[in-house]
Design a protein. Structure first.
Length: 186
């Protein structure tokens, strides 16, 4: 089976966050990339409850090679891949891809497998022992996005993104978030 994403046809290139000085990240993008709390909560603090989650993909699949390596999973293992668009009043703000290994889902009594349009951050940041294990940064060309995502979000420039490994009950998950131009105005 091919490794697929409904967001991009080819996996972005990721850089260790320790190399941030070499990446020349604009201040507005850096404030989102290095946000320690929930992106959803930060959006809600600014916009109120109008933040919407549109589920673009929520399927069991094989992950990209680097995702499997980060999660220490065999390449043949399937994980739940959830891809969403966060928006406010039909204005796209964040594209996100979450990889949830089966063991992680089991460890939280399947709460993460049936989120529907609930934001992931709303759930995982409610766990008192949530750990952030690693952070990587990417700058993704506007050509990397699938045509339907380009049309949906009107991407016309490279996007900054972050990829974070979180753990709940010592079980990992991988959350990739890409910040659309409108979000950088706040």
């Amino acid at each position: 089976m091919r490794h697929t994403s409904s967001l991009y046809s080819k996996e972005p290139t990721w850089f260790c966050s320790r190399l941030k000085s070499r990446l020349t990240i604009p201040d507005k993008a850096a404030s989102w990339i290095f946000e320690a709390g929930s992106i959803t909560q930060r959006l809600r603090n600014y916009y109120g409850p109008r933040v919407q989650v549109q589920v673009l993909n929520n399927t069991w699949q094989r992950t990209f090679i680097s995702e499997s390596r980060l999660l220490k999973l065999p390449q043949s293992k399937y994980s739940l891949a959830r891809e969403v668009l966060l928006s406010i009043d039909d204005t796209p703000l964040v594209l996100a891809r979450t990889i949830l290994p089966e063991q992680t889902i089991k460890s939280v009594q399947y709460n993460l497998a049936h989120l529907g349009s609930r934001p992931l951050g709303e759930v995982i940041f409610s766990y008192p022992k949530l750990e952030r294990l690693a952070l990587e940064i990417s700058h993704v060309s506007h050509h990397a996005w699938r045509p339907e995502i380009q049309q949906l979000t009107q991407i016309r420039q490279p996007l900054w993104g972050r990829r974070t490994i979180y753990a709940i009950h010592h079980q990992p998950m991988l959350v990739s978030e890409f910040f659309l131009p409108e979000i950088l105005n706040h």
